[in-house]
Design a protein around this ligand. Structure first.
Ligand code: ADP
Length: 262
């Protein structure tokens, strides 16, 4: 009964949000959270009302990247969960802000993961939003399934990858997963595409063109490439929107272009 009540609440909550976009990656460490945070910041910068739901229980990096680490998520007496506010006015709710200890083993956290996602979807008070970006854990497991099942009017998913051969296999898996779940694939973003030296020469550290190739092979839209920029980790660690801090970076231009495409 409780579950049915939650599902009703989720549908009501989701009706107030125009676009609900889940961010997927085949594997960890490809910059999925960075792309989620950047897209959210960029959309807000472009004048949209934006929220981020961080459902990545295995590596909740959104609070730190979006400058809200250590803030407390409030619950009201009537059971609503109030998101915290990040720079540029982006509303953030993270599993990492709900579970107190960061060092609790993942095995134990995993059992809580899908129920925490369900509760955040049901009780979060986003108000009305243009965009809700959902940062999912890497891979295609329970959390991805939960999102696809619970948000019936999910707009679609963006798949983040890097240009390595290993990534091609996992991207194919993510594409097949989304298709099986009847989730629309908005497109594929390639992160860490290349590194540009001060002399202008480009180095393809992880390989070249893999994401574009796989997009073509599967008939999925290629949304663009974001280069490697060492300043990205610095901005992320400081919780600052990268493109605001380093507007001259090619990565910043790529992020803003990406936001305009979605
Ligand atoms: P994921 O969510 O896929 O596990 P993260 O978004 O946490 O990956 O990124 C992993 C690390 O790589 C972070 O330290 C982040 O700051 C860094 N990073 C992400 N994208 C880039 C990039 N284009 N250039 C440089 N560093 C990056």
């Amino acid at each position: 009964k409780k579950i049915r009540e939650q599902e009703k609440k989720i549908q009501e909550n989701m009706k107030k949000i125009k676009y609900k976009v889940a961010i997927l990656s085949g594997k960890g460490g490809v910059g999925k959270s960075f792309v989620t945070a950047s897209l959210a910041f960029a959309m807000s910068y472009l004048g949209r009302k934006v929220g981020v739901l961080d459902a990545d229980i295995y590596g909740p990096s959104i609070p730190k990247m979006m400058g809200v680490q250590g803030e407390t998520v409030m619950a009201t007496t009537d059971g609503r969960i109030i998101p915290v506010t990040a720079p540029l006015g982006v509303k953030v709710l993270s599993i990492g802000l709900l579970l107190p200890q960061e060092d609790v083993p993942v095995i134990w956290r995993g059992t809580l993961s899908t129920s925490a996602i369900r509760e955040m979807l049901a009780y979060a008070d986003w108000g009305t939003l243009d965009y809700l970006f959902i940062d999912l854990p890497p891979g295609t497991g329970d959390e991805q399934l939960t999102i696809a099942q619970l948000i019936r009017d999910l707009t679609g998913t963006i798949i983040v990858t890097i240009p390595s051969d290993v990534s091609r296999v996992v991207v194919a898996k993510a594409i097949n997963f989304a298709r099986k779940m009847n989730v629309d694939i908005i497109g594929v973003v390639e992160n860490m595409s290349y590194f540009e030296c001060p002399d202008g020469s480009k180095h393809y550290i992880f390989g070249e063109g893999a994401a574009k190739k796989i997009s073509e092979q599967y008939g999925v839209r290629f949304l663009g490439e974001i280069p490697i920029d060492p300043r990205i980790s610095r901005a992320n660690d400081a919780g600052e929107p990268f493109f605001v801090k380093y507007p001259d970076s090619k990565a910043s231009k790529a992020i803003l272009e990406l936001a305009e495409k979605i």
